[in-house]
Design a protein around this ligand. Structure first.
Ligand SMILES: Cc1cc2nc3c(=O)[nH]c(=O)nc-3n(C[C@H](O)[C@H](O)[C@H](O)COP(=O)(O)OP(=O)(O)OC[C@H]3O[C@@H](n4cnc5c(N)ncnc54)[C@H](O)[C@@H]3O)c2cc1C
Length: 473
């Protein structure tokens, strides 16, 4: 008798094959508002299990979606076929200026290991203690310090993956495939790419300057082009001195206007939280305070301090020198999503779709105006925080949206305005279920065709995380 998918996996896989209701429920959700129940989850023991899972997907005409720790905010790790959990691939080795890390390594644990050697891996999502390296690479994650050190795409030297054909590929070492990726990417319509410092939408063909950049196409590809087994990542020395300023502003517009000047002093991080967030911070602020900027320097500390004081129009509420206090204040910023959720009644929550756009810094004031217009037109309210130094604001909309279709109208309006500002619809969270339908609008026909060609090269049968970023076939 012919075996079913689950029987086949149970016979072939060394790791665990989870098909009971509880496991499928667990893998049906992540940190987004979506739910997609998979057929089965495979907890792979290693490379062999991953290859077998891909083979099984082909044999049984289903799909494979790789998952990290499921902290993604837009449903990127959800799909209806096989979910591949790589948490057992958790080895890491630290070199002088790099670390060799398997996909299932938890970022928080890697941080601790690196700290012992006075090193750090710069991209630092606010959820960094819990997310996986694979998920960070899959989303091209970043965080507050990406302002100085870049996103994941700027901090990965090499990766090994298995593509949809079942080939184990090291990029950029595999010159044959690297050359193909470069050749396909060369046809890029550059005009349609956003002018931003971080971008997690679509495939980053803009980053492929030659064959040696071929691995960058996988970063931010949300498991649609290959399943990353491990990566060689750049690590940096922990700076000797840091200083953090908390600036308060009566006006959001004034804070936005100050950003460009503050950026000229080269901070390592510049973050924004609005009034709704700051009320959760146990510190006395002026009654009139409407928002805060967190500005951190990790070099030229004294000179930068003087320059900042000379140019800011905000009031410096706190100047923080000690690591312990700096950590404490970053924690308040990192808890912004949690504070936002606490501020909104359950029945007023709106799924996150427009939560992660970025624009060139000169246009940051425009984003606040667009949100004001949306709130007025659709009778919504908003909470705003985020990586303002990179022009990247996280927006939580809430209210009573009654009519179906309103959320789509809001997204269309917001994204078309963001694209008009030369911005990206997602700077770090990815396209996922929430935004994949807007990728074509973001990049235009020609670039979208290139995305499809890349998909055809690395996943011709469309079995890897289908219908994310591009349609699977
Ligand atoms: C409170 C909160 C704060 C956040 N703050 C930030 C922030 O500051 N910056 C930021 O960038 N993000 C942030 N995020 C979003 C998200 O947590 C990060 O992008 C995180 O890096 C995702 O990691 P994960 O392990 O949970 O990945 P998952 O959500 O499990 O997966 C994310 C994507 O990566 C793919 N993937 C996973 N493993 C692999 C692999 N081995 N090979 C190929 N693809 C893979 C998945 O298929 C999926 O498409 C935040 C989320 C929350 C809940």
């Amino acid at each position: 008798m012919k075996k079913s998918l689950i029987e086949y996996l149970r016979t072939e896989i060394e790791g665990d094959v989870l098909s009971n209701e509880e496991s499928r429920d667990y893998y049906s959700v992540d940190s987004s508002s979506y739910q997609v129940v998979p057929k089965v989850a495979v907890l792979a023991n290693g490379q062999k299990d991953i290859a077998i899972t891909i083979k099984a997907a082909k044999k049984f005409n289903t799909t494979v979606t790789v998952r990290g720790t499921g902290t993604g905010l837009v449903g990127s790790a959800l799909n209806s076929g096989i979910i591949l959990d790589l948490k057992k691939l958790n080895k890491s080795k630290i070199g002088k200026n790099y670390a060799q890390v398997e996909s299932g390594v938890i970022k928080g644990l890697l941080d601790k290991k690196l700290e012992l050697q006075k090193k750090f891996f710069p991209p630092n999502p606010s959820i960094g203690a819990f997310c996986s390296i694979g998920g960070m690479l899959g989303n091209n994650s970043s965080g507050s310090r990406s302002l100085k050190y870049g996103s994941v795409i700027d901090n990965v030297l090499e990766l090994t993956m298995i593509d949809g054909n079942g080939r184990v590929i090291n990029l950029p070492k595999n010159k044959k495939i690297g050359k193909k990726i470069f050749e396909i990417s060369r046809n890029i319509d550059k005009e349609r790419f956003p002018c931003v410092s971080k971008n997690s939408s679509g495939y980053r063909i803009d980053a492929i300057k030659n064959e040696k950049d071929a691995h960058k196409i996988i970063l931010g590809s949300e498991g649609t082009l290959g399943i990353i087994l491990s990566a060689k990542i750049k690590i940096q020395n922990i700076p000797k001195r840091k200083i953090l300023f908390v600036l308060e502003y009566d006006s959001v517009i004034q804070a936005a206007k100050d950003c460009k000047g503050i950026l000229s002093t080269r901070p390592s991080a510049m973050e924004f939280v609005d009034k709704q967030i700051l009320k959760h911070i146990p510190q006395k602020f002026d009654k009139k305070t409407n928002c805060l900027l967190f500005v951190e320097y990790d070099e030229r500390v004294s000179e930068n301090q003087k320059e900042l004081k000379a140019i800011t129009n905000g009031k410096i509420r706190k100047t923080i020198h000690t690591d312990k206090q700096i950590f404490k204040w970053w924690r308040y910023r990192d808890l912004s999503l949690h504070f936002s959720l606490k501020s909104v009644k359950k029945e007023e929550r709106i799924p996150q779709i427009i939560e992660d756009a970025a624009v060139p810094i000169e246009k940051i004031g425009r984003v606040f105006s667009i949100i004001k217009q949306i709130n007025e037109k659709f009778n919504t309210k908003s909470i705003i925080y985020g990586h303002i130094g990179d022009g990247n604001l996280h927006i939580m909309l809430y209210g009573n949206i009654q009519k179906t279709g309103t959320l789509k109208k809001i997204s269309r309006k917001f994204f078309s305005e963001i694209i008009r500002c030369s911005g990206t619809i997602t700077a770090e969270h990815g396209d996922g279920i929430a935004r994949s339908e807007f990728v074509k609008e973001q990049y235009g026909e020609r670039n979208f065709e290139i995305f499809r060609e890349l998909k055809k090269l690395l996943d011709p049968d469309g079995i890897l995380n289908p219908n994310k970023i591009v349609p699977s076939k």
